[in-house]
Design a protein around this ligand. Structure first.
Ligand code: ZN
Length: 273
């Protein structure tokens, strides 16, 4: 049984729920593996015509779980393959290629419509759960941010920023480690609808039910034409290239501090000296 994810199918809608509210749905590798299993289950289930991703608790996701013991029981090395077990930066590259770039790309391309319902904080890695969904409905208390420049990195592993927000806003939130509100996200085109927080679930579900009544093959093609257009514009190649730049950030932080991210604003102190 999954520990961190709930899964349910009813009326043509597969509902996947992040269920680690005591940790603000922070993502360890086990949660991400369970989440990917849920997406794959929905992808393979003919009764699941639409996928609805939501989160229990006041916050959608605080991002990656960076606590020291977050992945102590992780099966990732076994899943990557013991035969190619690596160390240092290449191990990090392989782990992040699987859990962050790989999963987000896979979810984005599953040929069924998906909707994310987002409330509260959606920080850094939280964006990588919402952005791959086809539609995003936000509660009016939702806030979106990616403050990882403070950690010596140029943005999370899946560079949706420029595509979702436009170049200038993407730079602003990265440079200033600032957040945008649900309404700003809607104005920028990143969010489809903003509703009062107590209406979030019903609104997302009503949209899912309406879509579930549409012809599945036509929906798959409608999704494909939009995603294919983005990829012809370069989205696929850009996100892959930006993932490698992200890894350069980890390597640079490691050279500076002996850890793959800077802590306690080491980067700011170094720049000031
Ligand atoms: Zn990373």
């Amino acid at each position: 049984m999954p520990e961190f994810i709930l899964y349910d199918v009813a009326d043509g809608v597969a509902t996947i729920t992040l269920n680690r509210p005591d940790r603000r749905n922070a993502q360890n590798e086990a949660l991400l593996d369970e989440l990917n299993d849920a997406w794959e289950r929905a992808a393979a289930d003919d009764d699941a015509r639409v996928i609805l991703l939501n989160a229990n608790g006041p916050h959608f996701s605080a991002g990656h779980d960076t606590s020291p013991d977050a992945n102590k029981d992780s099966k990732t090395i076994a899943r990557i393959g013991a035969g190619i077990k690596q160390s240092g930066t290449m191990e990090l590259y392989s782990r992040e290629a699987r859990h962050f770039l790989g999963f987000s790309r896979r979810w984005r391309d599953i040929p069924k419509p998906s909707i994310a319902a987002v409330q509260g904080a959606c920080i850094a890695g939280g964006l990588m759960l919402a952005w791959p969904c086809d539609l995003i409905v936000a509660a009016d208390n939702a806030r979106f941010s990616d403050p990882v420049v403070l950690m010596g990195i140029g943005g999370v592993e899946y560079h949706g920023h420029t595509w979702e927000l436009g170049a200038r806003k993407a730079k602003e939130i990265l440079f200033m480690a600032s957040s945008i509100t649900a309404e700003e996200a809607r104005e920028l085109g990143m969010v489809n609808r903003v509703v009062p927080v107590d209406e979030l679930q019903n609104t997302a579900r009503e949209m899912a039910l309406r879509i579930a009544g549409m012809p599945p093959h036509a929906l798959a093609m409608a999704k494909r034409v939009v995603n294919q257009t983005l990829d012809i514009q370069g989205q696929y190649a850009a996100i892959q290239a930006c993932f490698d730049i992200h890894q350069l950030g980890h390597a640079s932080a490691y050279v500076q501090s002996g850890k793959f991210v800077l802590t306690d604003h080491q980067g700011i102190k170094k720049a000031a000296t």
